[in-house]
Design a protein around this ligand. Structure first.
Ligand SMILES: NC(=O)c1ccc[n+]([C@@H]2O[C@H](COP(=O)([O-])OP(=O)(O)OC[C@H]3O[C@@H](n4cnc5c(N)ncnc54)[C@H](OP(=O)(O)O)[C@@H]3O)[C@@H](O)[C@H]2O)c1
Length: 281
């Protein structure tokens, strides 16, 4: 019997793939939320063959489409009584400003808002499972320029790295608010930086961003190494007292000063709640 029920986004590439392989070996039942069902099914079979764990499942979920996120949450609620681990791993950086199906700026939608909807939709299952929520953030949060009057980058020139850094700062805000609001209900939340990891991340960048990624490539760690802090947070015992913290290399690490802004994180929560309201039921 599986020891834990784990849900993960971004399971079909890079850090997510290695996380799934490691947790499957530890007998987790894993529900992979994927945008490409064929890629998900192929990987599901690879995981079962490699680990002999048959409790691996694929659920369609495009994080650039709130209805798809809502449907994935419905499927999970119809199939499960509780979730023990939720890993919000999927993310990306976008060279030019794009919009999600619902008209939100893509970096904000995929890295933050879709996961915000997912967590809030799954809250009854998370509470039942006394869940640990793990948000894959980044050191790029230090580049953040949060502007609550223009969360969608519609009034300023778009910057791929600033939009990405801001979305990753929002992962830390979200983590801290979850820890504060839902800690009393037995839920813990953690954010992490995985390292500079050689994955599909940033392949769509152009210009200087592409050059920077090319220059950094030789110094990057493998996806397997990049998954270690996520795997640690999913399996470690006695870390609940560190709920709300940001981890690097399996240890609590300091964040930017901006990440400790309580007013900012509460504002993000309220604005995000307004944006998902029609999808939350
Ligand atoms: N690589 C790094 O150096 C680094 C550093 C710091 C933080 N991170 C963070 O680590 C996390 C994992 O990234 P990675 O490095 O493993 O990159 P990756 O190889 O590009 O993986 C990203 C994953 O997100 C999924 N995804 C992207 N857009 C999606 C959407 N609209 N709907 C559903 N799934 C979507 C991708 O799905 P497909 O498989 O279908 O493409 C893929 O599985 C991200 O949150 C990233 O921001 C990475």
């Amino acid at each position: 019997m599986p020891i834990k029920t784990t849900v993960i986004t971004g399971a079909t590439s890079g850090i997510g793939k290695e996380t799934v392989l490691a947790l499957a070996k530890k007998d987790h039942a894993i529900y992979m939320l994927v945008r490409n069902a064929q890629k998900g099914e192929q990987f599901r079979q690879e995981v079962i063959a490699a680990t002999k764990n048959k409790h691996i499942y694929v659920i369609a979920c495009d994080l650039a489409d709130m209805e798809s996120v809502r449907n994935a949450a419905y499927t999970l609620k119809a199939s499960l009584l509780a979730i023990n681990i939720l890993i919000n791993n999927a993310g990306g950086i976008f060279a030019a400003r794009e919009e999600s199906k619902d008209g939100y700026e893509m970096t904000f939608a995929v890295n933050h808002l879709s996961h915000f909807l997912l967590v809030n939709s799954l809250m009854p299952l998370l509470e039942k499972g006394q869940a640990r929520i793990i948000n894959v953030s980044s050191e790029a949060h230090r580049m953040a320029k949060p502007n609550f009057n223009d969360l969608q980058w519609a009034k300023r020139p778009y910057s791929a790295w600033k939009a990405y850094g801001t979305a990753k700062l929002f992962n830390i805000y979200f983590t801290r608010t979850l820890a504060t609001r839902f800690g009393p209900k037995g839920i813990s939340a953690f954010a992490l930086h995985p390292g500079l990891v050689n994955t599909g991340f940033g392949v769509g960048l152009t210009g200087i961003g592409k050059t920077l990624m090319w220059l950094a490539r030789p110094f990057m760690i493998s996806a397997e190494a990049g998954a270690q802090t996520t795997i640690y947070l999913a399996n470690a015992t006695r870390i609940d007292s560190k709920s709300g913290s940001y981890f690097k290399n399996k240890r609590v690490a300091s964040t930017s000063a901006a990440a400790t802004d309580e007013l900012g994180r509460n504002r993000l929560w309220d604005l995000s709640m307004e944006m998902i309201a029609t999808f939350l039921n």
